[in-house]
Design a protein around this ligand. Structure first.
Ligand code: ZN
Length: 178
């Protein structure tokens, strides 16, 4: 299936709205949407996308993870669907690291995120999952969950001094070893 989605950018009201829960995971139209969104994420090679970013004000997102220049130790996890997510518990500690977002192209921010989170969500088969994520997956999960609550990563940076434009970030941060 070849799907193309228009990605809403900061300024679109859906990105600032708390989304509604998914009522019926088994709805065929919803399942078709999931297939399209999954193939979209696979095509783009992205780490995830949340429904409000493509104009769907519902609480679900796609997550994936693979090693990259900035996160060389990120685990390889193929894209999967997270529906009606909740954070049950989280670490006291946070770590700051760089994030970007398809809805805010060209900007990077140093974002504090909980080091681990215990979460509950539904799979696309309607099964309830309870799991702890840590490190990179915990970060991406928190980023995508924020989208379903009308928040974007720049809301979380502690200072505008911790924002960078992509071109400078590529030169000054991405190419530097940790
Ligand atoms: Zn995002």
């Amino acid at each position: 299936m070849n799907a193309d989605f228009h990605i809403h950018q900061l300024g679109h009201p859906l990105l600032r709205q708390s989304a509604e829960p998914v009522a019926d995971v088994n709805d065929p139209a919803f399942q078709a949407q999931l297939d399209q969104l999954l193939s979209f994420v696979i095509d783009k090679g992205g780490m995830g996308i949340a429904a409000p970013q493509v104009g769907i004000s519902r609480r679900f997102f796609i997550l994936s993870s693979h090693a990259n220049a900035r996160y060389p130790y990120a685990p390889d996890v193929p894209p999967f669907v997270v529906i009606n997510p909740e954070i049950l518990a989280h670490a006291d500690s946070v770590t700051k690291d760089w994030e970007g977002c398809l809805s805010l192209p060209g900007i990077r921010g140093l974002v504090p995120r909980y080091d681990w989170i215990d979460v509950r969500y539904l799979t696309r088969d309607g099964e309830t999952v309870e799991i702890r994520y840590e490190g990179f997956l915990a970060r991406v999960f928190q980023h995508e969950l924020d989208h379903t609550e009308g928040r974007v990563f720049i809301d979380r940076v502690e200072s505008t001094l911790e924002l960078m434009m992509e071109q400078e970030w590529q030169t000054r941060v991405a190419r530097q070893p940790d």
